[in-house]
Ligand binder design. Structure first.
Ligand code: DC
Length: 224
């Protein structure tokens, strides 16, 4: 019997505002595979369950998440992540929901559910998977692993530029504070904290363009 074609998994981890989502979409396009924005999964859960869900009992959270079903459609920049067959609402992208997601992400039953759902998606679909714990916890056997980092100030500036490009108000001080708070929560939680996998390639994006980051990563993926 012919063996099933191997699934390619490339992991991109790093802090908020480092440029993972843009890179994931472009890299997936170059490789002709889908990308998985795992932050969007946490954001969708936080938005659907609402503020304060991180204080609910583990049993209730588990029961609510049991009703969730994430699926992927398409590839490259046209990849769509669906929840219950529906596209995720734009509201999940707000700074407020980002902070909720970071708070919800410390809850053990939430992490367990997300890990299971992400592994399930990666069993049948080649992926560029981006998040905080892709290379360390969810896909420890990934084909290639990258950890992106950049100065917090530069990340806040990029986030401001992104919001301004969308015609939205951008308050640098507030965004920098939000990034600081999320960095602190994401790096210091006890389960699956943000850190590079021992075998990840580290890329500091502070002083290089998006195009240069893509080239660096592609060189490793294609050469390896
Ligand atoms: O990547 P993002 O900013 O959209 O993620 C939102 C929050 O979700 C982030 O602050 C922490 C959490 N998250 C996580 O804990 N693990 C992941 N793999 C992805 C996101």
């Amino acid at each position: 019997m012919p063996s099933a074609p191997a699934v390619l998994i490339v992991t991109l981890d790093g802090p908020a505002g480092v440029g993972k989502s843009t890179l994931a979409a472009r890299l997936a396009g170059e490789l002709g595979i889908a990308f998985l924005d795992t932050g969007a999964m946490f954001r969708a859960a936080a938005y659907t369950l609402g503020e304060g869900a991180w204080d609910w009992s583990q049993g209730i959270v588990q029961q609510k998440l049991g009703e969730f079903e994430f699926t992927l459609r398409g590839s490259g920049k046209n990849t769509e992540l669906l929840l219950g067959g529906q596209p995720l609402p734009q509201e999940i992208r707000s700074e407020r929901v980002g902070l909720w997601a970071s708070q919800l992400a410390v809850v053990p039953s939430v992490r367990a559910y997300m890990k299971m759902a992400q592994i399930f998606l990666g069993q049948t679909t080649s992926l560029v998977a981006e998040g905080r714990d892709m290379g360390t916890v969810v896909f420890p056997g990934a084909t290639h692993k990258f950890f992106l980092d950049a100065d917090p100030e530069e990340r806040a500036r990029r986030r401001c530029r992104q919001l301004e490009a969308q015609g939205k108000p951008a308050d640098f001080a507030k965004i920098a504070e939000n990034i600081r708070q999320r960095d602190d929560q994401d790096r210091n939680r006890s389960i699956a904290p943000l850190k590079p996998a021992p075998d990840a390639v580290l890329v500091d994006t502070t002083h290089i363009t998006e195009g240069e980051v893509l080239e660096t990563v592609l060189r490793v993926v294609r050469g390896g």
